[in-house]
Design a protein around this ligand. Structure first.
Ligand code: 5GP
Ligand code: ZN
Length: 112
C-alpha cells in the first residue's frame, strides 16, 4: 500500500471503480477513460510501481495476471483483444502501480 497511489486507493475501496474481478492477489476494473468499447485493467493488490520493478519474487503474480487476461476478456464477450503494459514515464506510464490494459470491441462510442 502506497499512500498517494490511486490504484492502492481503488484496491482498499477508498476510491470507487467498476470492478469486474477480484481475488486475494488481483483486481480488475474498467478504465475511467476507456480507449475501446471494452477497456479494463488487471492490477495486483501489492503495490509494485512498474514491470521494471518486478523480479523473480513477482513471477507467480505476473503469471496469474497474464492468465487472467483471456479469462476476463472472454467474460467481457471479447473473442480477441489487445494488451498493453506502459512502463516508466518514457513508456507512457501515468499511474505508477503495475497494471495490464486490456482493450477490445472497437472504438468507444462518443458518450462513454
Ligand atoms: P497508464 O498510462 O499508467 O498505463 O494508464 C493509467 C490508466 O489509469 C489510464 O488509462 C487512466 O484512464 C486510468 N485511470 C487513472 N485514474 C483512474 C481512476 O481513478 N479510476 C480508473 N478506473 N481508472 C483510472
Ligand atoms: Zn499502489
Amino acid at each position: 500500500m502506497s499512500a498517494d497511489c490511486i490504484f492502492c486507493k481503488i484496491v482498499s475501496g477508498a476510491i470507487p471503480a467498476k470492478k469486474i474481478y477480484e481475488d486475494d492477489d488481483v483486481i480488475a476494473f474498467n478504465d475511467i477513460k476507456p480507449m475501446a468499447k471494452i477497456h479494463f485493467m488487471i492490477v495486483p493488490k501489492l503495490h509494485v510501481e512498474s514491470l521494471k520493478d518486478c523480479d523473480v519474487t513477482h513471477q507467480a503474480l505476473l503469471g496469474k495476471m497474464l492468465l487472467l487476461v483471456p479469462k476476463l476478456a472472454q467474460e467481457q464477450g471479447l473473442a480477441g483483444f489487445k494488451t498493453l503494459i506502459n512502463t516508466g514515464r518514457e513508456g507512457g506510464q501515468e499511474v505508477f502501480h503495475l497494471h495490464i490494459h486490456v482493450f477490445g470491441g472497437g472504438l468507444p462510442s462518443a458518450n462513454t
